[in-house]
Design a binder for this molecule. Structure first.
Ligand code: TLP
Length: 345
């Protein structure tokens, strides 16, 4: 089979040989009994890396986020999110179905909300209003184009939220991309969050799994909800082994993905019919806006596929390119060459 250059997502990364070997050799037990030593090791490693008391291994980022909302709210509460947030826009309405909470969405810039917007969104006490209990921030922001909240932004938003009785959850599916971009320890970046979800199966390259971290009490609540949702895994050490390898070895290399994304964005932005907000290209995602009078987004997806390049469209105007471990610098050069050829002048 011909190899595709797969820029649809960093979720497509495949486990490397070392990972597969570690998975095959992992020591396992029944994790519902708390007896899988490899899962326990991964959970303690994740908690330590993020600077939190405890962690829970979950099947997916979606599950981690949903458990976080379930474990930190009561039915009917209001939660605040940016409108393009994955938790709100891309998790099948789970927050309504599972936690029964009411989303209060803010339209931010490149997926990020500002302190003044948060101040406006938090409602004062009034018998008619729902109780606001949770602020969810996505770092980096996926549909914002891989943009990163700085430490100062996160700290100011978190402090204001906390002073107003809200807990803070970070959807950090790509929190390590954010930390690598900011060149600060991830612990520092999430120090004011009550809970964080991060994915092992995106840029970190593990085949399956995400982590939810927070206080011991919060994680115990989340663990129970995970069981309720059918997410209690048994000999999950086979999967956790890949996660341990990823956390210990594959964080620093995310910088390479950022370099490739930047290179791609700079080259494509030179082409007529394409617009890229260069300020938002900070990590491994490039949102490419196509001038519809010159080309059609769906046609671009098809043309690129015919040339062996896979990308996703986000809407009628935008294509999303995501760089990752299985994309080489040569792949990026080839992609630039192909798009230069197919875009009309
Ligand atoms: N993002 C996927 C798709 O669902 C869009 C992708 O290809 O980028 N939070 C954020 C910020 C995410 O980007 C994603 C996945 C999730 C949560 C959910 O993770 P999974 O796919 O493991 O449930």
């Amino acid at each position: 089979m011909n190899r595709y250059i797969d820029l649809r997502s960093d979720t497509v990364t495949k486990p490397c040989d070392i990972m597969r070997k570690l998975m095959a050799e992992a020591e396992v037990g029944d994790d519902v009994y708390g007896e899988d030593p490899t899962v326990l090791k991964l959970e303690s490693l994740a908690a330590q890396k993020l600077g939190k008391e405890a962690a829970l291994f979950v099947a997916s980022g979606t599950m981690g986020n949903q458990l976080a909302v379930l474990a930190s709210t009561s039915r009917g509460d209001e939660i605040i999110l940016e409108k393009s947030a994955h938790i709100y826009a891309f998790e099948v309405g789970g927050i309504a179905m599972l936690a029964g909470v009411m989303p209060n969405t803010i339209i931010g810039i490149n997926g990020k909300i500002s302190l003044s917007q948060l101040k406006e969104a938090i409602k004062p006490e009034n018998i008619h209003y729902p109780q606001g209990t949770l602020l969810c921030l996505e770092n980096s922001s996926n549909f914002g184009g891989g943009t990163v909240y700085t430490l100062e932004e996160i700290d100011n938003l978190s402090e204001f939220a906390k002073n107003n009785g809200l807990k803070v959850h970070i959807d950090g599916a790509r929190i390590f991309n954010a930390a690598v971009y900011l060149k600060i320890p991830v612990q520092e970046l999430v120090k004011n969050a009550d809970s964080v979800m991060f994915c092992l199966s995106k840029g970190l390259g593990a085949p399956v799994g995400s982590m939810l971290v927070g206080t011991r009490k919060f994680i115990e609540r989340a663990r129970k909800y995970r069981k309720m949702l059918g997410g209690g895994l048994r000999q999950a050490g086979i999967l956790a082994a890949a996660g341990i390898y990823a956390l210990e070895n594959l964080v620093e290399r995310l910088e390479e993905d950022h370099i490739q994304a930047r290179k791609l964005a700079q080259a494509l932005n030179e082409l007529s019919g394409i617009k890229i907000e260069m300020d938002s290209v900070q990590t491994n995602i490039v949102m490419v806006e196509i001038d519809n009078s010159k080309a059609n987004v769906q046609d671009c997806v098809k043309l690129l596929k015919n040339k062996g390049i896979l990308v996703n469209s986000v809407d009628e105007r935008r294509l999303r390119f995501v760089t990752h471990r299985d994309v080489t610098p040569q792949d990026i050069d080839f992609t630039i060459q192909v798009i230069t050829e197919i875009m009309p002048n």
